[in-house]
Design a protein around this ligand. Structure first.
Ligand code: NAD
Ligand code: ZN
Length: 233
């Protein structure tokens, strides 16, 4: 294995795989269909324009599913890792709230959050955990609200801040995300360019990126707590 010094800068990227053991299925597990909804209908701006009621029905279900799941040991271990290293940055592709519920702070949701809404008229973003089965409206301007989620064809949030952090990290740790596709592949090359060492945790050997210094072929709930044992000060 390897040791991470507590004074080193650690960048963590998590994907759907870290929440799999909590019972939130990865997109891949569902065979490309999300609970019988077509991705084009519920996860594109065009789909929302065509039928906002259908899109809200889908997201309302995802939002209420959050109440039935709990963080797993991988989420808790990352919250603990944040306390043990001086410079820690967590970026997640996930739209669930399991990192926060496990105690992680100041993380960046690059693909948005299930429990946030955004006004199509004034752009205001709010936390909102109500039932939104009717077309919800903005309290400031009465504009139509959409889920604050990055849909297909849209640009992930805060890419500049992410690329800046990558250009200065000592360790890049990718957990539960397939390393071969965007954004992980782009993030690894940026991290490697700045001289960082790269670690991947994924039980599927096929998800091993071409360039990984360490590949831990285990589930996140088993492997992430072990990373804590590698921290030295
Ligand atoms: P993905 O391409 O990142 O694939 C998930 C990866 O997790 C796979 O490589 C798989 O081998 C790995 N994995 C499965 N079980 C694991 C475990 N127990 N421990 C560690 N790794 C494990 O993600 P996707 O599912 O194709 O989703 C695509 C996008 O859809 C995501 O980036 C996200 O925006 C969204 N999504 C979010 C959630 C969520 O918020 N929990 C769930 C599904 C999809
Ligand atoms: Zn508004």
């Amino acid at each position: 294995m390897f040791n991470i010094h507590s004074s080193e800068k650690v960048f963590v990227l998590t994907g759907a795989g870290i929440s799999a053991e909590s019972g939130i299925r990865t997109f891949r597990d569902t065979g490309g269909l999300w609970e019988n909804f077509r991705v084009e209908d519920v996860a594109t701006p065009e789909g929302f324009e065509r039928d906002p009621v259908l899109v809200w029905k889908f997201y309302n279900q995802r939002r209420s599913d959050l109440k039935k799941v709990e963080p797993n040991p991988a989420h808790y271990a990352l919250a603990e890792l944040q306390k043990r290293v001086l410079d820690f940055f967590l970026v997640t592709q996930n739209v669930d709230n399991l990192h926060e519920r496990a105690g992680s702070e100041n993380l960046l949701h690059m693909h948005g959050e299930l429990l946030k809404v955004r006004c199509l008229e004034c752009g205001k973003v709010c936390h909102d955990d109500r039932d939104l089965s009717q077309e919800p409206r903005c309290s400031a301007c009465n504009g139509l609200l959409r889920p604050h989620i990055v849909w297909f064809g849209e640009v992930p949030f805060e890419m500049d801040r992410i690329m800046d952090k990558l250009s200065r990290c000592d360790w890049f740790i990718g957990i539960g995300t397939s390393g071969a596709v965007y954004p992980a592949a782009q993030f690894i090359s940026a991290a490697r360019h700045s001289g960082a060492k790269t670690v991947f945790i994924n039980p599927d050997p096929g998800s091993r990126p071409r360039y990984a210094d360490y590949f831990i072929e285990e589930k996140a709930g088993t492997a992430v707590p072990k990373i804590l044992e590698q921290i030295i000060s």
